[in-house]
Design a protein around this ligand. Structure first.
Ligand code: CMX
Length: 139
């Protein structure tokens, strides 16, 4: 793992949260999109050396809705940018890490993504994200 690509932050409502990041903190909005298979709407924000991903639940099911219900708004995950995600997943699996899926999912911007169970990572949910040759991978 060489580089953090983004930090995921669960929010109830992106529209309410955005002015804090853009107007108050002076950061730049890169784009907003829905990731249906994860039941979230996401906003990517340029924070210089890293991006912030605001995650708003779509509906009452899905990981973000559940997270907010149990723990409230706040930092949800840290995503490492990787290449060759399947190889990385296999390496981690061989080292005993509990991955949350066998195959990568399609995440924001068409990137391939996979998650490590927080119980395997001392309480932190980590994501691997592989933008491959997708021009807008994670915006
Ligand atoms: N960070 C750290 N710990 C977390 C966590 C998080 N984001 N989410 C859950 N946990 C912990 C819980 O506190 C709980 O711990 P305890 O047993 O000690 O109470 C444990 O993990 C199990 O959590 P849970 O609330 O019972 O929730 P689930 O088991 O149903 O799901 C998880 C947890 C991580 C497996 C699930 O959220 C998941 O599969 N996540 C991967 C996909 C995802 O997060 N998608 C949203 C982001 C999409 C995007 O970035 O585009």
């Amino acid at each position: 793992m060489k580089k953090v690509d983004h930090i995921g932050i669960a929010v109830r409502d992106i529209t309410n949260a955005l002015p804090h990041y853009i107007d108050t903190l002076g950061l730049t909005l890169l784009g907003i999109e829905e990731v249906e298979n994860q039941k979230v709407k996401v906003a990517f924000i340029d924070a210089g050396n890293v991006k912030l991903e605001l995650l708003e639940p779509i509906g009452e099911e899905g990981a973000i809705a559940k997270f907010i219900e149990k723990r409230g708004e706040g930092i949800h995950h840290i995503a490492f940018g990787v290449t060759d995600i399947r190889k990385r997943m296999l390496e981690l699996k061989e080292k005993g890490v509990h991955l949350l899926q066998e195959e990568p999912n399609v995440g924001a911007g068409g990137a391939d993504v996979a998650f490590l169970h927080p119980k395997s990572s001392f309480g932190v949910l980590y994501e691997l994200c592989d933008k491959g040759d997708k021009p807008n991978g994670h915006l």
